[in-house]
Structures are given as C-alpha cells and as structure tokens.
Design a protein around this ligand. Structure first.
Ligand code: MLT
Length: 404
C-alpha cells in the first residue's frame, strides 16, 4: 500500500460547508415539510446578468461554427477579459498590465492553489475567524503544524478579530512570511479603512512579507474610505497578491470565474538566493496544472464591464445589500449584538446567552427552520457567533427575520 500525504489526515472531519449541508439534509429528511430557509453558505440566488447571458449565448454560437470554434485557450485567460479587468482597475486609479491578471475558475481555487509557489517553511498569519480555505490548504501543504485542543494550529499565527478590537486585526507579534487578509471580511462582514490596511502593507515591507489579499466582496462596499483593492495603496505593488471573484458580484457561483492579480514587482527568493517574480512562477504553475476557464464563461464575465452589464450588476448588489439591511436591522431590533452587513453580504451575530455556535445553529435549524453558519467553523474566535448570508431571496429574508 502506498503512503498518503499525512497532512490530509490532520484535517478534522469535513469541510465546514459540507458539514452544514449534511446536518441540513438529515434534518430535511426527517422533516420533509419543514419550511427551511437557507442563509448559510454565501450562495447567490438571482440569475446571471442579462448582458452575461447574451454574451455567453453568442459565444456558444461561435463554438458551433468551424471558423469561430475555439479549443484550448490561454491558461492565464483571454486578453479580452484581462484587458477589460485592467481597464476597470484603471478607473479606480490602479494601473495594472493585462499580463498581471490571471483568469481562473474562481478565487476559492486561487486562494487554495497559490500556496504551491511558496516554501513549505513559510510562516503563515491569518485572522481568526477566517475563511476556512486559507487554513485547510496550509494544513494540506504542511505549513500549519498540529491541531491544538483550543482549535488553533501550532504553526499558524492568529490575528484575532472581535468587537474588542473593532474587527481590526493586530499585527503579528512574531515575524511572518505570508499574511492572509480578506476585506470586506468573510465571515464578519466588516472592513478596514485605507489607513488600517496600510499598516499591514508597511509591516510587509519592513519584514519582507507577502500579503494575500482576498477582495472577493469588494463590489458590496457602500461606504467611502473603504479600499476596494489593496493596490489603492501604491506600496502594495511589491508586497501583495489580490484575489477577486465574479461569484458574488455577478452571480457566477455555479458558472465559475475569478482572477488573481500578481504585479511583476512582487518578488521572492529561492533557497539559493535567486530572486524571482511571483508572476512568472504563478504563470508556470497555471500552465502546468490548469487549462484555462472556458471561453464561453470568460465572455460572460467580460460582459459585466459593458454599460448594461455594470447597471445589471449594480441592481444585483443593491438587491442583496437590501437583504443585508433587513437582516441587520431586524436582528438589532430583536436585541441581538450584530456586526457587518453594511459593506459586505454577511451579518455576524453573537449568540444569545453565550450559547455555543453549533448549539445555536441547531436551535435555529430545528426551531426556526433557518440555516446559518456557526461562527466557530471559521476559527476558535468565531465561537459564540453565527453568520447570516444576505444572498438569498427578498421573500425568504423577510420570512426568516419574521421568525425572530
Ligand atoms: C461562504 O459562504 O463563506 C462562501 O460562499 C464560500 C466560498 O465562497 O467558497
């Protein structure tokens, strides 16, 4: 018998959202009539923007003719989409070349796969609570050490975020190499100002660290002074990688498209001291392990940058943020301690009477027929919280809040 990668054996149970899906399925099997409303995983419910549908229909027609048929595309994405994204960044004052943008099948894959290009010795820092993909993929790579009884991993450096620090992570006390930041934040729905984010960029410069900045939820920002991109801070150009997604922005959770930005100025070194561009390494990785996002999907994604596409995306976001407002205000009115939901689609709520996250999750599922996400699934500091997604339908959102 061959040996497996032992790191996988260190991972507890199943992936967070798989565990939730199992519990919900079991409950529904036993209670088929229960009017269960899903506010757990951040999955969108409105259809794709009409501009994307039309662009994809046109692309399908192209595939039907010998003259316009396309086989393998460029692994890093078609120029038409990379250029459209670069033009969009430019409008917010961020200058990027198209070849600094890598199209993929979504930012979950990119956030997970990016670890391939870093040494397994890199010291990793992340917020707590945090999107579980950052933790689990570092466990798989052997960077996390051992799972401790308190739910933390022995080799990871945790930056707790809570109401106590206004959900602004403190800098790591020890020197780290990789820092994962996600803002607007999943799961808390909170944000950093530009000045608060710059503190991390300055740290990265001083310590030769790299920031992995997940801005999958940037389209949901409603307030000024909240950076949409880490590259709005010019110094980030040589110490950050940014991940973005069409999933929540334009309803692509099932269609799959995202992108990763790696400026040519971001560099690191091999163990022999040679300095390399991370852009080149990622290109090499993608060309070897990935065969590109489908042409049809990339056409659909590019359509969100047309005037009609932009307007349709705005309507989607406004709809979901309308839900977020309803959730936030209903829970506040019911006397709960609530955060987020202003610049992101998630609302983070303290459980009443300090109940455990899973106990309250089970209570809501069984007594109110509402599916949430238990905060502890995002890390030990998430214990005592649950997360609501506002990406459901308006009717269900109103109905669920009525049950409180
Ligand atoms: C979430 O609910 O946290 C997200 O939907 C997960 C994801 O985007 O992979």
């Amino acid at each position: 018998m061959i040996n497996v990668n032992d790191n996988f054996l260190k991972l507890p149970g199943s992936y967070l959202f798989t565990e939730i899906a199992h519990r919900v399925a079991a409950y529904k099997e036993a209670n088929p009539q229960a009017p269960v409303i899903k506010m757990g995983i951040g999955d969108v419910t409105l259809p794709l923007p009409a501009a994307s549908i039309m662009a994809m229909q046109k692309a399908i027609s192209e595939m039907a003719h010998k003259e316009s048929f396309r086989g393998y595309g460029p692994e890093q994405g078609y120029d038409f989409l990379r250029e459209a994204i670069a033009a969009e960044y430019k409008q917010t004052g961020v200058d990027l070349a198209a070849d600094e943008i890598f199209i993929s099948d979504g930012s979950k894959s990119d956030c997970g796969n990016i670890g391939d290009i870093f040494s397994t010795n890199c010291k990793v820092a992340l917020t707590d609570p945090v999107y579980p993909v950052y933790v689990d993929t570092n466990v798989m790579a052997g960077r996390a050490g051992e799972l401790l009884p308190n739910g933390q991993w022995s080799n990871l450096v945790y930056m707790p975020v809570s109401a106590k620090n206004g959900f602004v992570p403190e800098l790591p006390k020890e020197k780290v190499d990789l820092i994962y930041l996600c803002f607007p934040n999943n799961p808390t729905g909170t944000t950093l100002t530009k000045d608060q984010l710059k503190v991390f960029v300055d740290y990265a410069h001083k310590n030769g660290a790299l920031i992995l900045f997940d801005s999958a939820y940037e389209a949901f920002i409603t307030e000024k002074d909240v950076p949409h991109s880490i590259f709005e801070i010019p110094e980030a150009r040589d110490c950050a990688i940014e991940f973005r997604s069409f999933s929540k922005t334009a309803g692509f959770t099932g269609t799959r498209c995202g992108y990763t930005v790696i400026p040519h100025t971001v560099k690191a070194k091999g163990s022999d001291g040679q300095v390399v561009e991370l852009n080149k390494l990622w290109l090499r990785r993608q060309c070897t392990k990935f065969n590109g996002t489908p042409y049809i999907v990339q056409r659909g994604a590019a359509a969100i940058y047309t005037p009609e596409g932009k307007q349709q995306v705005r309507q989607l976001i406004d709809y979901y943020m309308g839900n977020a407002k309803i959730i936030r205000e209903s829970l506040l009115k019911a006397g709960f301690e609530v955060y987020g939901g202003v610049n992101g689609p998630y609302v983070w709520m303290a459980t009443p009477n300090a109940q455990s996250s899973w106990d309250f999750f089970d209570y809501l599922l069984k007594e109110k027929n509402i599916v949430t996400t238990p905060g502890v699934g995002f890390g030990p500091s998430g214990e005592g919280f649950i997360r609501f997604s506002s990406l459901g339908s308006r009717e269900n959102t109103i109905e669920a809040m009525g049950r409180f």
